[in-house]
Design a protein. Structure first.
Length: 407
């Protein structure tokens, strides 16, 4: 398609009304004047809308990817007309890290990261002279927040970080419904196979896992959930899913989908049990959830790209196991990522988190901050308005009844 980058960014923009409203205000107020913002996010149309929004707010914006396979090259080509972008689909790990270094070399005041690889580089001794210029960072995903909380606990966090992932209007919708829908998009794009009537094993029943399990069931799959957290396991049971250990579930699986944020979830033991023809996909942030090394060791032959982004592993015992998107997040590596309407909420919060950092310059500690509920609530109200949905309001009497009980 001619001008596909431009058209796809425009399409996303038209479906991101909350961010459009915030963009209008930022354009008027110019809160990011004289600030450099370096971003490491999946470089695709919705991210382009966020980058252009921050630029309209007065920032000098630099963008790189946070994953070697999630970049959409037509978005890069279009965005490069407005700001520097350092990403291409299928880049090596070395090129990915060179991208982080390139945007950090621009001397950012605010960094926006997804997974915290870039924030980790900013903590290296060779970057220590830059730290005084940093107002703070904003982190997009669960895995990144886990890493930053660990750093904070060790007293090693060098600047404030906004936990954008933890905002209600982010993970309730992005992690659950966004990942739920787009993981299916990735699996269908990769395989063009039937989901109905098949058995799908979903590893992890957190925000993402819940979304994936529910959507897979909606497509007619027989879903089994695996967990390590007993509460989540009971929740899955009460939602009507079967729950069992991963090694046992693998025997029945036509599809296995991981989204735990953990490593080695599909290990040699699970792979030993996996049914021939089983399709493995990961929707967690890093490509560590499926033990690809173990899969390689068990195989006598590997065939790259039997379909686009589908690799076949021919096991010594005759089974074939397929891996989607090299074990990288299937919804972005193979599919098109979350729907624009979902990223409207996530990226509105990213823009507001950056604004919060700019407005609270010098007032924040080197800690991980939750997004203030007022910002969540503002995004929720704008979203409802954009959807044309009205809700009731508490009467004064009801408010008093709820808030002021006395003995
Ligand atoms: N693909 C995407 O677009 C996308 C979007 C949002 C988040 N993520 C990523 O997905 C991952 C999960 O995010 P989340 O928000 O659902 O996290 P979460 O913390 O809500 O859920 C993770 C769940 O996995 C379970 N778990 C951990 N180890 C396990 C194991 N060995 N076996 C089975 N279950 C295990 C945990 O008990 C937890 O319930 C993270 O890496 C996150 O960064 C991806």
């Amino acid at each position: 398609m001619k001008n596909s980058g431009k058209k796809r960014v425009k399409w996303a923009q038209e479906h991101m009304p909350v961010l459009a409203e915030i963009r209008r205000q930022l354009k008027k107020d110019q809160p990011f004047q004289d600030l450099v913002i370096s971003m490491a996010l999946h470089v695709e149309p919705k991210t382009a809308v966020l980058a252009l929004t921050l630029k309209d707010g007065g920032a000098e914006v630099y963008l790189t990817s946070c994953n070697p396979l999630s970049t959409q090259d037509d978005t890069v080509a279009y965005l490069k007309k407005s700001l520097p972008v350092y990403a291409k689909k299928g880049e090596t790990e070395k090129e990915l890290f060179a991208g982080y270094e390139a945007v950090l070399d621009k001397g950012p005041n605010i960094v926006i990261d997804d997974g915290s690889d870039m924030i980790a580089l900013l903590h290296k001794p060779n970057r220590k002279d830059q730290i005084s210029d940093i107002l703070g960072a904003s982190e997009e995903t669960t895995t990144g927040i886990q890493r930053l909380r660990a750093l904070e606990k060790q007293g090693k966090l060098l600047f404030p970080v906004m936990a954008t992932n933890n905002a209600v209007m982010k993970h309730f919708f992005d992690n659950r419904y966004g990942t739920g829908q787009s993981t299916i998009d990735g699996i269908l794009t990769g395989t063009n196979l039937t989901i109905a009537g098949k058995t799908a094993v979903v590893c992890g029943y957190g925000w993402c896992g819940r979304g994936i399990a529910t959507r897979m069931r909606g497509m007619g799959a027989n879903v089994i959930v695996t967990e390590v957290n007993p509460v989540k396991a009971i929740e899955a049971l009460h939602d009507g899913f079967r729950v069992m250990p991963t090694t046992e579930a693998a025997r029945q699986a036509d599809f296995i989908i991981t989204s735990t944020g953990n490593k080695g979830v599909i290990d040699a033991e699970a792979l030993k049990n996996a049914k021939g023809g089983c399709i493995l996909a990961n929707s967690g942030h890093f490509n560590v959830e499926i033990d690809i090394h173990a899969l390689e060791k068990m195989s006598e032959k590997t065939e790259r790209e039997v379909r686009e982004l589908v690799d076949a592993y021919y096991l010594k015992d005759g089974r074939i196991i397929y891996l989607l998107g090299e074990g990288r997040l299937v919804n972005l590596a193979v599919g098109q990522g979350h729907p624009a309407e979902i990223m409207d909420m996530s990226f509105s919060l990213q823009a507001l988190a950056a604004l919060y950092l700019a407005e609270h310059k010098g007032e924040m500690k080197n800690e991980v901050y939750e997004i203030p509920y007022a910002l969540d609530s503002m995004v929720a109200k704008l979203k409802l308005k954009a959807m044309g949905v009205e809700i009731d309001e508490l009467t004064e009497e009801q408010r008093k009844y709820i808030e002021s009980w006395e003995l």
